[in-house]
Design a protein around this ligand. Structure first.
Ligand SMILES: [Zn+2]
Length: 73
């Protein structure tokens, strides 16, 4: 369990995949190629919150496992 927390976000404009290591409050990550915003301000806030919460919930089982029998197609 030594995984680095990072997100791969494809640019909505040029489709280049950008690796976001860390989301910073008030700073929207931009595409490395064309400079387009990769997420909205609201999404950025969500990712910041999510990144913080990951530090707090390590050790809690992945909730997705509980939905294994859910029918979704
Ligand atoms: Zn781009």
């Amino acid at each position: 369990m030594n995984q680095t927390i990072s997100s791969i976000i494809p640019c909505p404009e040029c489709k280049v995949k950008n690796r976001i290591k860390k989301f910073i409050p008030g700073k929207i990550p931009l595409c490395a190629k064309c400079g387009t915003r990769l997420v909205s301000e609201k999404e950025n806030d969500t990712q910041v919150w999510f990144g913080k919460s990951l530090n707090d919930i390590s050790g809690i089982p992945d909730p997705e496992y509980f939905g294994a029998h859910k029918k979704s197609k």
